[in-house]
Design a protein around this ligand. Sequence first.
Ligand SMILES: CC(C)(COP(=O)(O)OP(=O)(O)OC[C@H]1O[C@@H](n2cnc3c(N)ncnc32)[C@H](O)[C@@H]1OP(=O)(O)O)[C@@H](O)C(=O)NCCC(=O)NCCS
Length: 131
Amino acid sequence: MSLVTDTFEQIFSQEMYLSILQVWPEGQIIDVEDGRLAGVLLSMRRSATQGRILVMAVEPQRRGSGIGSALLRAFLQQCAREGLMSVVLEVRVSNQRAREFYRRHGFREEGHLAKYYPDDEDATVMTRNVV
Ligand SMILES: CC(C)(COP(=O)(O)OP(=O)(O)OC[C@H]1O[C@@H](n2cnc3c(N)ncnc32)[C@H](O)[C@@H]1OP(=O)(O)O)[C@@H](O)C(=O)NCCC(=O)NCCS
């Protein structure tokens, strides 16, 4: 919770964490380095065929060292094991580095959601096939 909160200055309720863990524990991926949580990918199943990444965060001092890519690969493998066909996510239009990160991992920008975030910033919708 603190990694996500510190990264996004946005607080999800404890109930939300418990609920996604209960509904789809295999879709919640963490990376632990030296006994410390270094990265997290939280997700949900949007339908029988589509997964949705809710949030990805890597500890600031460990960014750029491959942890995010490893989390994403593990998540896509889990989606494939469960027969999901595609993955969708929303990202702030201003978050160029994350958009580039997802593009490099095969996501395409497919849409735009106006005033999606609480501060009225727009979101870019990105998707990719699982395999
Ligand atoms: C986006 C994020 C999860 C990627 O994880 P990561 O461990 O840094 O990713 P990797 O090391 O596998 O890949 C690095 C690439 O990610 C991109 N990236 C995005 N934000 C970055 C950051 N703050 N620092 C370093 N690289 C970043 C870069 O394009 C980088 O490519 P480069 O190495 O050629 O410069 C991570 O940087 C992060 O937590 N960012 C802040 C939160 C965020 O924007 N989340 C995504 C929206 S939900």
